[in-house]
Structure formats: C-alpha cells, structure tokens
Design a protein around this ligand. Structure first.
Ligand SMILES: [Zn+2]
Length: 70
C-alpha cells in the first residue's frame, strides 16, 4: 500500500514504531503517525495490547533478575 500522505504508516512501520517506543521517546510526528495508524488499523491495536502485556511481564522479570545476588 502506497502512503497517501506523510502521516500514513504501514503496519510494518507501526510495529517498528511501537517497538522503538519501548526504548526511546518517539518524535512527536511519529507519535501522531502511530496514533493515527492505530485508529484506522484492525490488527495493530491487538499487537499493541500484546506488547503492553509483554512489557509488564518483562518488567516483572527484570525486577526479579535485579534482586538476584551476583
Ligand atoms: Zn496496522
């Protein structure tokens, strides 16, 4: 699918943005683009939910491993 205007993102790009967002703050333009995509896409909001669940699980795991004596 060809981008129709500058804020249009493909699912692949949206997923890349959501993953990048885990590590760093996205530029405002990208946040808008991502929000726009999530508003029109059927699949990506599901992926976002999975990512949030995964992040919580990872957070808990990281917490445990930090407590581990070295
Ligand atoms: Zn999508």
């Amino acid at each position: 699918m060809k981008p129709l205007y500058p804020l249009r993102r493909t699912c692949k790009q949206a997923v890349a943005l959501m993953i990048a967002r885990e590590d760093r703050e996205l530029p405002r333009l990208e946040r808008w683009a991502l929000r726009l995509h999530l508003a029109v896409c059927k699949a990506c909001p599901n992926f976002e939910r999975q990512l949030l669940t995964m992040r919580q699980a990872m957070g808990a795991w990281r917490h445990y491993s930090d407590d581990e004596p070295r």
